[in-house]
Design a protein. Structure first.
Ligand code: BGC
Length: 762
């Protein structure tokens, strides 16, 4: 039976019920018509499927779930910059969905990292829309290649947990289009997710779950999204408004009130049954999509999946500091391992994403295996309480002093990185800072291994230690990955996908975060993350895109297909990358674009492409990139479209956002046809900014400048009248000069406007 026929056979009650969950994790089945339920499960870095998916939703639903592979969380995955790997993670999770009879996974999360304090940053990829969009797409493509659906969440501007249910994110149109929407747009266009989850918060005063503009006009009509929109759990305030806006599925269910509301609205004509039918069709389409390919439950190979988690962790870790080539470690006689996290690693954050792992690698045990022959001394160093314990520090110092190297495992307490609230600060505990300082004061060969999901403040201790490895919330295979990297069995190749600021107050959102009176103003606009730090020339702890390797790379021969090109033709580029060191390794090559001159403020650079390349010592590979019109465009709120401008752009290729190796300047010829926005009240400046208007004003200005009276006033007042006139309306000037004009000012104005509006922009 096709979907139209099926819907035509459904009663209003059945359609209304289908648009509301049947339980905490399922849609409502319609037995009479053989419509099965679909099962949804969190996400994103592994499955959290509870045994009884038919139970109703309550806080206890955060309880133990069926064991599944726990992969590194999104901030770690992103640091791999490896689309193929993230796709493989998606495929692996897809296989586990099949094994656990899950139809749709509630991930990936792709909210931009606006402040390091957001309690869910560990679940999100990046501060850069292109990187976040591309990596989300890779994950979705992986999951969906197995015939299981993925859910891109949380749509949109849910960039903090503080007051997430009531807060309105106040974001201007350009910022939305270029940053917050853009990253979802990229992911949706590259991967066609089966579902999008709308967020809890409001956007510019309207709940995202009630925004027709967001959920229908932008998502479906502009971007051609053809899946279902589901609500975040409990994000519906008014089922009628949300249905009309475009939320197909309210979760969780059942919700008697919403059901009643729908029935009453249909009865009294407030809701057109056609809207309900369309919604039901979209949900049915998703059910059919799944059932067409649904296989019988099939077990997955726990060991193989564990080894994928290990590989992913090792590709994600970032070597932040390696002075005196302190790493990799040659097996010393005595190693001091200090820190609770060496034996109790933090593999993930808290909240709805919590996975019950199938297995967990313990760093301490893994190091012991690799460092066979070395003597190892262990000290816990700190508890998860934030109180100073000098005795623990003294014991740690004692073992560090007599060892050849100290490996210090530092993890944030588990309740610090958690869904539903933000961190208060970026600090480690006092004990941990004191511990690092004390250990490094007696042991110059101290390496800190950081076990956390978003940046922490390092300024108090970073200069005291020669080595730092960012190991992230590393998933169940992280313990082995850490050991492999420390001992050089794996060459680290991750780079951070977000800026690590020196201090919190440097962060662009600092002044406005967390907002007041239920509004948080995104005052930094498009200048999020490195876009801000670069523009303001602020020193950072570690820049976006940064990470070290045990080998070295050199870039050469950046070539562009043309130094002058039309935007619609795009640009092809190649660059050579050589491994100039002694160890095989992987380099993440980053391509940034800068618009050298523009009407609107633009970032110093923006990431547009990247590639991860594997090189043997001495080997060179040529990397190719293609840029298209979109890569040079900005969003013009005035014209409600993306536009390019004629002029020079710098194409920059580098190792990080702050280490550009090669730059080529190119000249873009714009073919964007933008409509003329000049009107009766436009200022001289606005006329000059419009190509059509400029010619007219330039001629007019000659007359004005040559006007004797004008010259006299200008001289007498000792001001640059022309400059002063820039922000005056043209009509005002015409009226001042009315006595010397051949026609009345309004008539002249009307002719000028006809002239400019009738002409195409060049
Ligand atoms: C979270 C979602 C999650 C859902 C179901 C919500 O609180 O924001 O990300 O998928 O719960 O657990």
């Amino acid at each position: 039976m096709n979907i139209d026929e099926l819907v035509s056979q459904m009663t209003i009650k059945e359609k209304a019920a289908l648009c509301i969950g049947g339980s905490a994790w399922c849609t409502t089945s319609v037995r009479r018509l053989g419509i099965p339920e679909i099962i949804m499960t969190d996400g994103p870095h592994g499955l959290r499927r509870v045994e009884n998916v038919n139970e109703s939703h309550n806080i206890a639903s955060l309880k133990e779930s069926i064991p599944a592979t726990c992969f590194p969380t999104a901030s770690a995955l992103a640091a791999s910059w490896d689309v193929e790997l993230i796709k493989e993670v998606g495929e692996t999770i897809g296989e586990e969905c099949i094994a656990q009879d899950v139809d749709i996974i509630l991930g990936p999360g792709n909210n931009m990292k606006r402040t390091p304090l957001c309690g869910r940053n560990f679940e999100y990829f990046s501060e850069d829309p292109y990187l976040g969009g591309d990596l989300s797409a890779a994950f979705i493509n992986g999951v969906q290649s197995k015939g299981v659906g993925a859910t891109l969440k949380h749509f949109i501007a849910n960039n903090q947990e503080y007051k997430r249910n009531t807060m309105s994110s106040e974001v201007d149109e350009r910022t939305l289009r270029e940053i917050y929407l853009r990253t979802f747009e990229i992911a949706i266009k590259k991967s066609r997710p089966w579902a999008v989850m709308c967020s809890y918060n409001k956007l510019n005063g309207t709940y995202c779950s009630e925004s027709y503009e967001l959920l229908t006009q932008i998502l479906r009509e502009e971007w051609k999204f053809d899946g279902i929109v589901m609500s975040d759990w409990g994000a519906i305030h008014d089922r009628i408004k949300s249905l009309k806006a475009g939320v197909d599925l309210e979760m969780p269910g059942p919700k008697k009130n919403s059901f009643k509301q729908l029935m009453t609205a249909i009865r009294n004509g407030e809701l057109d049954e056609e809207i309900l039918s369309k919604t039901a069709k979209r949900i049915l389409k998703t059910i059919v999509r799944r059932y067409k390919v649904k296989e019988d439950k099939r077990d997955f190979d726990v060991n193989i999946h564990h080894s994928i988690a290990r590989k992913t962790a090792s590709e994600s870790m970032v070597l932040l500091k390696n002075e005196r080539d302190i790493l990799p470690i040659e097996k010393p006689e005595l190693i001091a391992i200090i820190g609770k996290a060496a034996k109790n690693p933090k593999i993930q954050g808290g909240g709805s994403s919590l996975v019950t792992p199938t297995n967990v690698d313990i760093p301490y045990e893994e190091i012991k295996k690799i460092a066979e022959g070395s003597k190892i001394l262990y000290e816990e160093g700190y508890t998860m309480e934030d109180e100073l314990n000098q005795e623990m520090i003294n014991r740690a110092k004692d073992v560090a002093k007599i060892a050849k190297i100290a490996l210090l495992f530092i993890a944030l307490p588990p309740n610090k990185e958690f869904e539903s609230y933000d961190r208060d600060d970026m600090h480690l505990s006092k004990q941990q800072v004191e511990l690092i300082k004390s250990v490094s004061s007696v042991q110059p060969n101290t390496v800190v291994i950081l076990n956390n999901g978003s940046p922490i403040s390092m300024k108090e201790w970073i200069d005291d230690v020669p080595g730092v490895l960012q190991a992230w919330l590393m998933g169940q295979g992280g313990g082995k990955a850490v050991a492999d990297i420390l001992f050089g069995r794996i060459n680290p190749s991750g780079k951070i996908a977000e800026t690590f600021p020196v201090k919190l107050s440097d962060n662009p959102a600092y002044i406005n975060y967390p907002g007041e009176n239920d509004r948080v103003i995104y005052g930094e606009g498009i200048f999020v993350g490195y876009r801000y730090y670069d523009k303001k020339q602020i020193d950072v702890q570690f820049p976006f895109g940064y990470g070290l390797s045990y080998t070295t790379f050199e870039y050469s021969n950046l070539k562009v297909s043309s130094s002058k090109f039309r935007d619609i033709d795009g640009l092809a580029l190649t660059v050579d990358v050589t491994n100039t060191g002694k160890m095989a390794g992987k380099e993440i090559v980053q391509l940034y674009v800068m618009d050298r001159e523009s009407k609107l403020a633009r970032p110093i650079k923006e990431l547009k492409r990247f590639a991860k390349v594997d090189l043997r010592p001495g080997e060179t590979k040529t990397i190719s990139f293609n840029l298209d019109m979109q890569d040079f465009a900005y969003y013009s709120p005035q014209h409600k479209s993306w536009v390019t401008e004629n002029g020079e752009f710098d194409i920059m290729v580098g190792k990080s956002s702050r280490e550009i190796c090669l730059t080529n300047r190119v000249n873009l010829i714009s073919t964007t046809e933008i409509s003329c926005t000049l009107n009766y009240n436009s200022t001289i400046r606005e006329w000059l900014e419009d190509e059509r208007g400029r010619e007219i004003i330039e001629n007019l200005s000659k007359n004005i400048m040559n006007n004797k009276e004008f010259q006299q006033i200008s001289k007498g007042a000792n001001i640059d009248m022309w400059k002063a006139a820039q922000d005056t309306q043209l009509i005002f000037i015409l009226k001042q000069m009315a006595w010397s004009l051949p026609l009345v000012p309004d008539m002249i104005m009307s002719r000028l406007l006809t002239q400019v509006h009738g002409r195409r922009n060049k």
